[in-house]
Write a protein that binds this ligand. Structure first.
Ligand code: ACO
Length: 398
């Protein structure tokens, strides 16, 4: 018989845990989160230290290999990433075939799935060297694909990757450059972009990473598994929240309207939530949000936008929510998506591209988890269910 919370059948003991509130799906040595204390460690290193002292490619190496690289290892890794940053013309054509108004996440998802078609014959998931090549291709091509998606939406020519630039500069160059003209990217802006990538690099078994693992557990092509992760990330309860935060701040419009917005978020019948607030695991400040807020101040100061009205609304909204008994009692704090959109907007990135940038940064996390899984013994993921349908019945005679 089905029992409310758990069931014991002749095949064993089953737990019923919708939303995986308390079920671990795997063991992992990549990322540690203490949600009560607001701690996030990658391979043991605090995210605050990585955000300030490391850079994205070094963090990628750390996530992939478990240790920080030596200078020689970093140089070799960077060279491999650059070597694999060009996108196959067939994928470029796929991007061009979409209507310009298509959501960038839909195009990115299709483009990464298309990499499965380009490389399928060369991929052997049981071979470490083949998996490494897949990592180089993915991390190398994510900025190129993301920039192409943007260029397509603008109806502009694609810009080829430039090996002389850093990872973040190259992304900004391919996004904002035009043929023969490099954009004016300051060191602060490039550093902020790189930091956004670092802050998004991994976050253990979130919905998109779990999707990549579940999809990959069937032995599928890793690019296909990552395309599934991109689909999951798009939703507003996950990575799509950065886009939703900016739209919410714009809708609020002035500081005077904040109280009404907070009241609406507390009203369960409104169906509205304060975007960029709350987290399944953090019941304290999201440490990424703290770094993001500081970066936001730096970038806006550099650009002379300290008095940006959206920043003022965001700061006041945060303050009001943090003092509100509803948000206090439910332990709802700003998450990584709360301030990232303001930085990206200040850099000139359109709102619909925000989640693409999240995906760009997160690609290494998805890959690292897939790689960790397929490197050891694993089983196909196959959740069970509580059946609530009709009992057995006979098909009616006609
Ligand atoms: N605004 C108002 N109320 C909220 C919010 C919010 N942002 N988030 C949670 N709550 C309330 C819920 O209504 C619920 O109240 P109840 O206990 O009275 O029913 C309680 O807090 C717990 O919320 P759940 O939805 O059960 O928490 P869950 O862990 O399932 O969801 C989530 C977490 C999806 C992040 C949620 O907080 C949310 O929707 N936040 C807004 C979207 C967002 O910012 N997403 C980005 C998350 S970070 C990331 O993916 C990168």
């Amino acid at each position: 018989d089905v029992i409310d919370v758990t069931s014991i059948t002749k095949n064993g003991f089953f737990t019923f845990d919708p939303g995986f509130m308390s079920t671990a799906s795997c063991e992992s040595s990549i990322t540690f989160i203490d949600g009560d204390e607001g701690v996030l460690l990658h391979r043991g290193y605090p995210i605050e230290q990585l955000a300030v002292s490391s850079d994205y490619l070094e963090t990628c190496y750390l996530l992939l290999n478990g240790e920080l690289p030596t200078p020689a290892q970093k140089e070799e890794f960077t060279a491999e990433i650059k070597k694999h940053s060009a996108v196959d013309p067939s994928v470029a054509n796929i991007i061009k075939s979409f209507k310009r108004e298509s959501h960038p996440m839909a195009i990115l998802c299709s483009a990464v799935a298309a990499l499965a078609a380009v490389y399928n014959d060369e991929i052997d998931i049981t071979d470490e060297a083949s998996r490494k090549l897949t990592a180089y291709r993915l991390i190398g091509q994510m900025p190129t694909l993301s920039a192409m998606v943007y260029k397509h939406s603008k109806g502009e020519e694609f810009i080829a990757p430039d090996d002389s630039l850093s990872y973040a500069e190259n992304y900004l160059n391919m996004t904002f450059g035009t043929a023969g003209k490099a954009p004016n990217v300051s060191k602060t802006i490039a550093k902020a972009m790189d930091r956004i990538f670092v802050l998004h690099a991994d976050h253990e078994q979130n919905a998109s990473t779990s999707t990549v693992r579940l999809s990959g557990s069937s032995g599928t092509n890793p690019f296909a598994a990552i395309a599934a992760g991109i689909s999951t990330l798009w939703g507003p309860a996950h990575g799509g929240a950065n886009e939703a935060v900016l739209k919410m701040l714009e809708e609020i419009g002035t500081v005077e309207n904040i109280e009404a917005c907070v009241a609406r978020a507390k009203d369960k019948t409104s169906g509205f939530r304060l975007m960029g607030f709350g987290h399944r695991v953090y019941k304290n400040f999201d440490p990424r949000a703290k770094v993001m807020k500081q970066t936001c101040d730096e970038v806006l100061a550099e650009l002379g936008l300290e008095n940006d009205p959206l920043l003022a609304i965001a700061k006041r909204l945060e303050q009001i929510a943090l003092e509100d008994p509803y948000f206090i009692s439910k332990k709802l704090y700003p998450n990584v998506d709360f301030y990232s959109g303001i930085i990206m907007k200040a850099i000139g990135i359109p709102t619909e591209m925000f989640t693409v940038i999240f995906a760009l940064g997160r690609a290494v996390g998805w890959y690292s988890h897939w790689n960790e899984m397929v490197s050891g013994p694993y089983k196909i993921g196959r959740p069970r269910q509580q059946y609530t349908g009709s009992p057995k019945r006979d098909y009616p005679n006609k």
